[in-house]
Design a protein around this ligand. Structure first.
Ligand code: HEC
Ligand code: HEC
Length: 496
C-alpha cells in the first residue's frame, strides 16, 4: 500500500474537518466500511481531543518556563558560540513576561548549533521551544503508546542509534507490514521546507500527525486513530501532568504534534570534517590576508591531523580510518576529499540541487529512481505531482522526490526514496550515467545541448547528461560524501 496523501487532511486550523476527511479516507483505504459503529467517538469528542484552549492556571508560569535558545556561530563575533562547552548548556536569559510586562530573569537552555549549520531551524511562532516541551516530545517520540498495538514508536523507524533511520530498504510498521518508502533521517529535518519525500506535509507539526494514523505504520485501521492515541495518553498520569504544564490542556493531538516537532528540531548534526576544513580555510585566508576563500588539501590535512590527535572515531571511522594506525594516510586522504569537493561543485554539478548548510535545496527532482526501461511505470507513485493539490499539479514533477540532505550518509544506507541504491558507490554510478532515462527526467539531469541537436534532426528525445567521471573521480566523490558525516546527537537528545 502506498502512503496516503495526508497533506490536505493536515492543513492547520481545520482540525475538525481534518479528522472527518481522514476517517473517510482511511476507511476507504484500509477497506473499513464505516466508522459509525457503536462506541465510536462523536465529531464533538474528536474535536475535543484534537485541540483545546489553554488554561493558564495549569501551565508552568512564564517565569518558570525554560526557553530553549539556538546559538549559531556568528563569524564576526564567534565568542558566544565558542564559549558554549557542549550542545546543551544551562544559563540565564532576561525576558519580558507578556502578561505583566515585567522583566524576569529565567533559566534557559542554550543549544550550540553544530558547526556548518549557519542558521537555526525555523521555529513557528505558535510552537516556541521550551525545555519541558522538548522533553515531552522526546518521551512521545520514543513511546510505543502512540501505536494501536503498543509495539511501534517513531524511533522504531527513525532510530537515533541508526542515524535516525531504520537502515532498511523500506520500513516495517505495525503488524510487520512493509511500506513502500525508505525512512528518511530525522536529523536536520527542521531545515526542510516541506516534509516527506513528496513534500505532502508542510511542517514537522503536520508530519508528526501522519504516522499514528497510517495503517502500515502505527494504526491498526480500526476506529478514529488520533482519538484513540489521545485517549491512551489521557490514561497516563505522567502525560496528563506534562501536557498541563506545557500547554495548559489535557493531552491533545495539537499538543502531541507540537511537542514531537519541538523535539525533532533539536535532532541536529554538523561539525563534519568538511565543516572543520572550511573553518580552517577561513582562518587561513584571514591570517594570510589574501587568497580565495576556497579549501585546499592542506586544510583537510590540518583537520585530519587534529581528528587523529583527538581520536575522533566518528569522523575517522566514516572514512574507514583508525586512530593509532592510519596516520600515514593523511596526505592521500586529504587530497582525495579535496578533489571530491571540487567535483561536487564543478564537473559533477551535485550542488545544483544539494546546496546550503544541509546540502538540500528542499526542491523536487526526477532522477529516474523508480523508472523502468525508459518509462515511468503506470502503477508507480507519481512523486511530487501526486502530492500536489488539485489545481496546482505541475506535470514536470511526475516522479520527482525531495532532495535529501547529505550529512549522515554513512549511517543511513540504503539510499533514495525507495531504498533502491545500497551504497554510495552505486549512487554515484547512477549519477554518472545521468540518472535513469524516463520522459519526466529533471531538466538538470538532461544533456540539453545534445537534445537541441537531436531536435534539429526532427528527433524529440530525452538525453541524460552523463558525467564522464573516471573511477578515481567516483572514489573521490564518495570520500567527500563520507567526510560530510556529522557528529551524532548527544545522549540528552538521542537516548530515551
Ligand atoms: C513504520 C515506520 C515509521 C514510523 C513508525 C514512523 N515513520 Fe517517519 N517516516 C517513515 C517513512 C517510510 C517516511 C517517508 C515516507 C514518505 O516520504 O512517503 C517517513 C518520513 C518522516 C519524516 C519526513 C522527513 C523528511 O525528510 O521528509 C519525518 C520528520 C518523520 N518521518 C518523523 C516521524 C515521527 C515523528 C514519527 C512518530 C510519530 C514517525 N516518523 C513514525 C517511516 C516511519
Ligand atoms: C537534479 C538535482 C540533483 C542533482 C544534480 C544531484 N542530486 Fe543527489 N539527490 C537528488 C534527489 C531529488 C534525490 C532523491 C531522489 C529519489 O529518491 O528519487 C537525491 C539523492 C541523493 C543521495 C541519496 C541520499 C539519501 O539519503 O537517500 C545521495 C547520496 C546524493 N543524492 C548525492 C548526490 C551527488 C554526489 C550528486 C552529484 C554527483 C548529486 N546527488 C546530484 C537531487 C539531485
Amino acid at each position: 500500500m502506498q502512503y496516503p496523501n495526508i497533506r490536505s487532511m493536515l492543513a492547520p486550523r481545520r482540525l475538525l474537518a481534518v479528522t472527518h476527511g481522514l476517517a473517510l479516507g482511511f476507511g476507504a483505504m484500509a477497506g473499513i466500511k464505516s466508522f459509525a459503529a457503536d462506541g465510536d467517538p462523536t465529531p464533538a469528542q474528536i474535536a475535543e481531543t484534537a485541540a483545546a484552549l489553554p488554561d493558564p492556571a495549569k501551565m508552568t508560569p512564564f517565569s518558570k518556563q525554560v526557553p530553549v535558545i539556538f546559538v549559531t556561530r556568528d563569524p564576526r563575533k564567534p565568542e558566544a558560540w565558542n564559549n558554549l562547552k557542549e550542545f546543551w548548556n544551562k544559563g540565564k536569559v532576561d525576558s519580558v513576561d507578556p502578561a505583566t510586562g515585567e522583566k524576569v530573569t529565567r533559566d534557559a537552555v542554550f543549544i550550540k548549533v553544530p558547526l556548518g549549520l549557519n542558521s537555526a531551524p525555523p521555529v513557528p511562532p505558535e510552537n516556541p521551544l521550551t525545555e519541558e516541551k522538548v522533553m515531552l516530545g522526546k518521551k512521545l517520540y520514543f513511546d510505543t503508546v502512540i501505536s494501536s498495538n503498543n509495539k511501534v514508536s517513531c524511533a522504531s523507524c527513525h532510530n537515533p542509534a541508526l542515524g535516525y533511520t531504520d537502515q532498511m530498504k523500506t520500513s516495517t510498521g505495525i503488524f510487520d507490514q512493509k511500506g513502500g518508502m525508505n525512512a528518511p533521517t530525522v536529523y536536520n529535518s527542521g531545515y526542510h521546507l516541506l516534509q516527506f519525500w513528496n513534500g505532502r506535509a508542510p511542517t514537522l507539526e503536520d508530519q508528526a500527525q501522519g504516522p499514528p494514523q497510517n495503517p502500515v505504520e502505527m494504526h491498526d485501521g480500526k476506529g478514529n486513530p488520533w482519538y484513540q492515541v489521545v485517549s491512551r495518553l489521557r490514561k497516563n498520569p505522567e502525560y496528563v501532568e506534562a501536557f498541563a504544564k506545557v500547554f495548559g490542556t489535557p493531552p491533545t493531538r495539537d499538543g502531541a504534534a507540537k511537542a514531537i516537532a519541538a523535539y525533532e528540531r533539536l535532532a541536529l548534526t554538523g561539525n563534519s570534517l568538511v565543516d572543520r576544513a572550511e573553518l580552517a580555510m577561513r582562518t587561513r585566508v584571514e591570517e594570510e590576508g589574501e587568497g580565495k576563500p576556497e579549501t585546499n588539501a592542506g586544510d583537510f590535512t590540518k583537520v585530519l591531523k587534529a581528528a587523529f590527535e583527538a581520536k575522533d572515531t566518528e569522523a575517522l571511522g566514516a572514512l574507514g580510518l583508525q586512530a593509532g594506525k592510519d596516520e600515514g594516510k593523511i596526505a592521500e586522504v586529504a587530497a582525495s576529499i579535496q578533489r571530491g569537493k571540487e567535483l561536487f561543485s564543478n564537473k559533477a554539478r551535485c550542488n545544483s540541487c544539494h546546496v546550503g548548510d544541509n546540502y538540500s535545496d528542499s526542491q523536487f527532482h526526477n532522477l529516474g529512481v523508480g523508472a523502468k526501461d525508459g518509462a515511468w511505470p503506470a502503477n508507480a507513485d507519481l512523486g511530487r505531482f501526486g502530492a500536489q493539490e488539485t489545481g496546482h499539479k505541475d506535470p514536470t514533477l511526475v516522479g520527482a522526490y525531495k532532495t535529501p540532505g547529505l550529512r549522515q550518509l554513512v549511517s543511513t544506507a540504503p539510499y533514495m526514496h525507495d531504498g533502491s541504491e545500497g551504497t554510495l558507490e552505486a549512487v554515484i554510478a547512477l549519477y554518472n550515467k545521468g540518472g535513469n532515462l524516463n520522459p519526466h527526467l529533471s531538466n538538470k539531469m538532461r544533456d540539453e545541448p545534445a537534445e537541441r541537436e537531436a531536435a534539429k534532426n526532427g528527433q524529440k528525445a530525452v538525453i541524460p547528461r552523463k558525467l564522464n567521471l573516471t573511477k578515481q573521480e567516483e572514489a573521490d566523490l564518495v570520500l567527500f560524501l563520507k567526510a560530510l558525516q556529522g557528529d551524532p546527537a548527544p545522549d540528552i537528545i538521542a537516548k530515551p
